[in-house]
Design a protein around this ligand. Structure first.
Ligand SMILES: Nc1ncnc2c1ncn2[C@@H]1O[C@H](COP(=O)(O)OP(=O)(O)OP(=O)(O)O)[C@@H](O)[C@H]1O
Ligand SMILES: Cc1ncc(C[n+]2csc(CCO)c2C)c(N)n1
Length: 255
């Protein structure tokens, strides 16, 4: 079975030239995580999901209190705004349209979420993007309305062959597909030690891990019985192998 490696270097400032990953960023309509500018700088394409554009417009300047707000807004210009356009304010739409941001109104589709629409666009259409090792970072995906959080997690399952990482100020979540053995390299300056492995939707018959305080050894997990929450990372490397897709979550440090 092939090994899939994971590393949250996108939380560290600066260009990691050794990384072969192409990052894309989706900004949702939730308070911007404080490290959003770092994610923005790593990304080669930046897409706002509908009201996510309001957050970039209103909150990016707050993250740079010494800079002129207009300068900040010009510096952090989304490439695209996409969604059903019922949350973006007119002044925000006008501002970014004038700067050349592409706007796609998909209000005809009321069966998929704005995040779904953004991920589908990045995966299938974004021009000039090397998608051979694509990783989509999603800012503001957790910590708000539970229906939205569940919808955001569902996107991980609907696009299970695409690397997608849901982020909030407090934690990140991604899917570990059962098709691979996983090596998670912990960036201990910015993440951990709290972590969890969560089977959603079905019983996970057998999971084996190394590197956790409470490792699993061919252990069954399911809702209604054991799920691994409040676990702790012990070293710099975690390995996970499972008969089912699992969610991996790890805390993000406040620093
Ligand atoms: N409170 C929240 N918690 C988590 N994610 C959120 C929250 N609010 C919005 N989102 C995410 O941001 C995206 C865009 O938000 P927006 O408010 O524009 O959506 P919406 O479809 O108008 O929502 P609704 O009509 O259900 O209020 C959503 O599709 C969702 O993924
Ligand atoms: C069974 C079912 N439940 C809820 C919705 C509503 N809905 C789901 S995604 C979406 C778009 C949000 O921007 C909306 C309105 C639906 N269509 N079908």
């Amino acid at each position: 079975m092939d090994v899939m490696t994971h590393s949250s270097t996108f939380l560290l400032p600066g260009n990691d030239h050794s990384s072969s990953v192409t990052y894309a960023l989706v900004v949702l309509n939730q308070r911007l995580p404080r490290f959003t500018p770092i994610l923005w700088d790593h990304a080669q394409v930046r897409v706002c999901a509908d009201g996510g554009a309001n957050r970039v417009f209103d909150e990016m300047p707050l993250l740079f209190p010494r800079d002129d707000a207009l300068d900040v807004r010009h510096r952090y210009k989304p490439d695209m705004i996409k969604g059903d356009m019922d949350s973006i304010r007119t002044e925000v739409l006008d501002f970014y349209t004038n700067l050349g941001t592409k706007v796609v109104d998909e209000s005809h589709d009321q069966d998929t979420t704005d995040l779904h629409k953004c991920v589908a666009y990045i995966r299938d259409f974004a021009p000039n993007l090397d998608k051979s090792n694509l990783c989509i970072l999603v800012a503001g995906a957790l910590g708000g309305r539970f229906d939205h959080e569940a919808g955001n997690i569902n996107v991980l399952y609907r696009f299970s062959t695409t690397r997608i990482i849901l982020l909030s100020d407090d934690c990140l979540i991604y899917l570990l597909p059962r098709t691979h053995c996983h090596e998670i390299h912990i960036q201990s300056s910015v993440e951990g030690p709290h972590c969890g492995l969560i089977p959603i939707g079905m019983t996970s018959v057998s999971t084996t891990t190394t590197g956790l305080q409470w490792d699993l050894t061919n252990t069954e997990m399911r809702f209604g019985d054991l799920v691994s929450t409040s676990n702790l990372v012990q070293g710099e490397k975690i390995t996970v192998q499972s008969s089912s897709d699992l969610l991996w979550t790890i805390s993000i440090k406040k620093v």
